[in-house]
Write a new protein. Structure first.
Length: 199
């Protein structure tokens, strides 16, 4: 039976991107080899040392809550074979969102929504340009804006496109706001959970 290394799980609000403000149950998986300097969940990077849980156990956490939206995140969750977990959640009638850098192939059983956040220093798997529902690019240098455009132009799935200022770069918002005004195909993503103090 499939099982997954769970770093943490909690019922909260989605803080970023298209579903910002939506109540969601978060499942954070352990393991990430991407190494973003701005990552606010570096504690999730180790692949080992977490207790593994089956999809049925994960469902037992979610069922007592009103949650209808589940976010599978990390770490980099696609390090793990997510198909059985996604299938179990969907069979329960839950809407499943996957947050990924795209460094590894998409799950063999696709979620309802893929938030694709590619990184310049780790080329994504090309399949994400075909299946992503949402493109979210973190901006931590002015040159990231043009790189974001190259990523959007590669996407054949026509995802909703977001620019997210890097929280630890004080100038990032000043680069992003005028760019979105000049290029309104993009939307602004802020990490709302940081502002309101929720996980």
């Amino acid at each position: 039976m499939s099982s997954y290394p769970i770093v943490e799980h909690f019922y909260s609000l989605q803080g970023e991107g298209y579903w910002a403000g939506r109540a969601a149950y978060f499942i954070r998986l352990g393991g990430c080899d991407i190494g973003c300097s701005w990552c606010d969940t570096q504690y999730s990077w180790p692949l080992e040392g977490w207790k593994n849980h089956t999809p049925e156990t994960i469902l037992s956490w979610i069922r007592p809550t009103p949650a209808r939206h589940v976010v599978i995140t990390g770490g980099e969750p696609t390090l793990h074979p997510l198909g059985p977990l996604i299938r179990a959640l969907q069979e329960e009638g839950l809407f499943v969102q996957l947050e990924t850098s795209g460094a590894y192939p998409p799950p063999e059983h696709l979620p309802d929504w893929i938030t694709f956040s590619p990184k310049r220093f780790r080329p994504p798997h090309p399949a994400y340009y075909e299946v992503a529902h949402e493109l979210k690019v973190v901006i931590h240098a002015p040159s990231d804006l043009q790189w974001a455009e190259t990523q959007r132009n590669l996407c054949k799935s026509n995802p909703v496109a977001f620019l997210q200022p890097e929280a630890y770069e004080p100038n990032a918002l000043n680069w992003v706001l005028p760019y979105i005004q000049e290029n309104p195909i993009w939307r602004l993503s802020l990490q709302l959970h940081r502002y309101i103090g929720i996980p």
